[in-house]
Design a protein around this ligand. Structure first.
Ligand SMILES: [Zn+2]
Length: 355
């Protein structure tokens, strides 16, 4: 009787406790097509794999913080070295530790389904969910109907309104010059049929975000409700990155930037998505380790166009979290080493350590 009762209870509880949300409960995804941003070819894998690798990476990052705070952990010294090289911080720097810990935890909470949102974000696998328009095209409302404005010369006193004249889009499409004149900026409207909303972005010289450069692997934007992550097709074929986490074997002197998995693009975008683009500046524009290290030589300097110093910006930079998490994950592995030895990337490049 008791055994049966327990079996019954466990039977219900275990799946609830262990089940992590699937990709299609965390995101709105078009699973049955590759057109218009659909992800059919990338499901269930690699996207399912990218989700589980992102969970692994965020846990590795959080473990590094915990090891750095724990003097009795055998990884303590190396973990502190990671903190110093990647974030310019020591475990005693409470503000810095809190910022990094909170950012990692925010991503983890989202991946664990702990984030309550009324608007489930979209995940797109190409940028064709956006239709590029002209600023002078007729504006449409959320039902896809033309928007009209008052026109005393028209017979019905109404004429279609252009997108650039819609008052709520003016902040996206116009700028104020120093002399006070209001002029057009370089943004153009893109229409999303899925959300029936506009996204405003540059023209990319007639191409699109994903096709203009192979450096563009993904993008997150919050201009629409809900927010969106777009993974570019090249992110799925990028041969510089390993197909899976751990595909690339560590080696002496190998840069952390050359041992990243393809899931790193998704992981990077999760920081933009969950923390917000304005709090996650891509300060290393070329995703270069050398660039980051150069900035950390003058940690207190505030670069032009920003209101925070380099070390704070780096503590908000998604790519730094990717490097840090991948680097520490490699340090946690034992499959490439003999007893008491580990590969570490605490200096930004691979080296074999005796623990
Ligand atoms: Zn980014």
């Amino acid at each position: 009787m008791h055994i049966n009762f327990l079996a019954l209870v466990w039977g219900y509880i275990i799946p609830i406790v262990l089940a992590l949300p699937s990709l299609d409960s965390l995101f709105q995804i078009k699973a049955n097509t590759d057109s218009d941003g659909g992800c059919s070819s990338q499901l269930p894998d690699p996207l399912g794999k990218w989700l589980s690798e992102s969970r692994t990476l965020v846990n590795a990052g959080l473990q590094a913080l915990s090891d750095a705070k724990n003097p009795s952990a055998s990884e303590n010294k190396v973990a502190k070295d990671y903190l110093w090289s990647y974030f310019n911080m020591s475990p005693d720097d409470t503000d810095a530790m809190n910022l990094v810990q909170t950012n990692l935890q925010t991503v983890k909470n989202f991946l664990d389904g702990q984030t309550t949102t009324a608007n489930i974000p979209y995940l797109f696998c190409n940028d064709k969910w956006l239709q590029k328009l002209q600023r002078s095209d007729v504006a449409k409302d959320v039902n896809g109907n033309d928007i009209f404005e008052y026109d005393s010369t028209a017979s019905d006193h109404l004429s279609p309104m252009s997108i650039e004249n819609v008052p709520s889009y003016q902040a996206w499409l116009w700028k104020v010059q120093k002399n006070g004149r209001i002029v057009r900026n370089n943004q153009v409207p893109y229409w999303s049929d899925d959300m029936r909303q506009y996204v405003f972005d540059i023209n990319y010289g007639g191409k699109t975000y994903c096709t203009v450069s192979n450096d563009h692997l993904g993008a997150t934007q919050h201009g629409t409700t809900p927010s969106t992550i777009t993974l570019c097709p090249f992110a799925f074929t990028n041969n510089k990155a390993g197909e899976t986490l751990g595909d690339k074997e560590p080696a002496r002197g190998l840069s952390i930037t050359d041992i990243l998995p393809r899931s790193g693009t998704f992981y990077h975008e999760l920081f933009h998505l969950t923390i917000g683009n304005e709090h996650t500046p891509d300060i290393t524009s070329k995703y270069s380790w050398t660039e980051q290290q150069k900035y950390l030589k003058t940690p207190d300097r505030i670069p032009s166009g920003y209101d925070e110093n380099y070390q704070t910006l780096i503590r908000r930079n998604p790519e730094t979290y990717l490097w840090f998490s991948v680097g520490y994950w490699y340090f946690q592995q034992t499959q490439w080493t003999s007893t008491n030895q580990r590969w570490s990337f605490h200096s930004g490049a691979g080296e074999l350590l005796q623990l």
